[in-house]
Design a protein around this ligand. Structure first.
Ligand code: SAH
Length: 367
């Protein structure tokens, strides 16, 4: 057992088994041993690669989307451009460079980065140096400004937010809890029946939910309704609700068991975009139909931008590969697995890319 696992085992010995949400929160964000708190996990040398690290085009297109949204908001003199979980800061650096095409936007914006990890805050500050922009960092969304419209970008943020799992057994739902197995290691078991959970499902079905994600979405939606603005969330996930567990751990580009080596592997769950959409709608925001990352990037002009970059690139085929990875629809590509959700203040037209439903989603049964 590593130091974090020993701490978790002590917590369980003292207070009984803990929810997967508590385990995930400790594994990712324990101040001393949490996965994101201690390292920069991105890139080839790290554990995984995210879309902004695949190609500069990803951040550039989102920067233009943000700028056009600012125009749709009536070009407010002050606007907060917010990123949730900015990782290395690559997306924002690329977005700001592209947004220079709209000088009024750059002049009006304040930059706010929501990041819990001191190591990654540092990396983000480094990435933003070239932009000439000053940023403010926040540990959570609560301290974001309340007196101007918000334009919020969140790529692979919600998949890092803790989930709880419940399993149907003999007609009752029980929570899947982390306890100490007979061999002394951390293991999964089922807690007492949860009578309040009323969902019809076959025996052994698993219901996975991220109450914290829903709270974050509600908070964002309320702010956007009150202050004006837009939030865009892009993540690995499904557009329609389905039973099943999706929690996974990734270490050095390979899957590893979720409960093994706490704090050493990235733990994520697929994002339930239908639940996020409902949470935002209930809070009064306009919710635009979920679309695939492939459709969003195609509609924002990824091919066109790639052609421009290829014309001056030393290895144009690398750009083709990056575009295929981001917007391709094969099983190895991100285009269909990743979805995008946009919410806006009521009355605002859909942001660029969200003006039509996604035929790619209508065609798919499981998404
Ligand atoms: N958006 C980046 C990084 C994705 S990884 C990219 O696409 O490359 C998830 C990011 O969210 C990390 O920066 C992590 O530290 C941050 N994060 C996770 N949970 C968080 C929370 N509860 N509050 C603030 N930041 C969080």
């Amino acid at each position: 057992m590593n130091a974090l696992e020993r701490e978790i085992a002590e917590e369980i010995a003292a207070g009984g088994p803990i929810g997967l949400d508590r385990f995930m929160a400790l594994a990712l964000s324990h101040p001393r041993y949490g996965y994101y708190m201690t390292r920069d996990p991105f890139g080839l040398a790290g554990d995984f690669i995210t879309a902004p690290e695949v190609s500069q085009i990803f951040g550039e297109l989102l920067g233009l989307l943000a700028g056009i949204t600012w125009q749709m908001l009536g070009e407010p003199k002050r606007v907060a451009l917010v990123e949730l979980g900015p990782g290395r800061g690559t997306l924002m650096a690329d977005a700001l460079r592209a947004a220079r095409a709209l000088p009024g936007f750059i002049a009006s914006l304040e930059l706010h980065m929501v990041e819990m990890s001191p190591v990654l805050q540092q990396a983000q500050a480094e990435s933003l140096k070239g932009s000439g922009m000053r940023a403010q960092w926040h540990a959570s969304i609560e301290s974001l400004p309340e007196d101007c419209p918000l334009i919020v970008l969140a790529n692979e943020f919600f998949d890092a937010i803790p989930v709880r799992q419940f399993q149907r057994r003999d007609g009752e739902w029980r929570e899947r809890l982390v306890g100490i197995a007979p061999d002394g290691k951390l293991g999964l078991g089922l807690g007492a029946p949860v009578p309040g959970l009323k969902l019809e499902a076959p025996d052994e079905a698993v219901f996975e939910t991220s109450p914290i994600s829903l709270e974050i979405m509600k908070h964002l939606a309320k702010r956007i309704v009150a202050q004006g603005g837009m939030a865009l969330a892009i993540d690995y996930g499904h557009a329609r609700f389905g039973f099943g567990e999706t929690l996974q751990a990734v270490r050095q580009h390979a899957f590893s068991p979720v409960l093994a080596d706490a704090g050493e592997a990235d733990i994520t769950a697929h994002v339930d975009f239908s639940a996020l959409s409902i949470a935002a709608r209930r809070s009064g925001a306009a919710v635009h139909p979920v679309i695939t990352q492939a459709s969003l990037l195609e509609r924002l002009g990824i091919r066109h931008r790639a052609e421009i970059l290829k014309a001056k690139a030393e290895n144009p085929e690398e750009i083709d590969l990056a575009v295929e990875r981001l917007a391709g629809t094969g099983p190895q590509a991100m285009g269909l697995l990743f979805k995008a959700l946009a919410i806006t203040s009521p009355g605002l037209a859909p942001p660029p890319g969200f003006d039509a439903p996604d035929p790619r989603l209508a065609a798919q049964k499981e998404d």
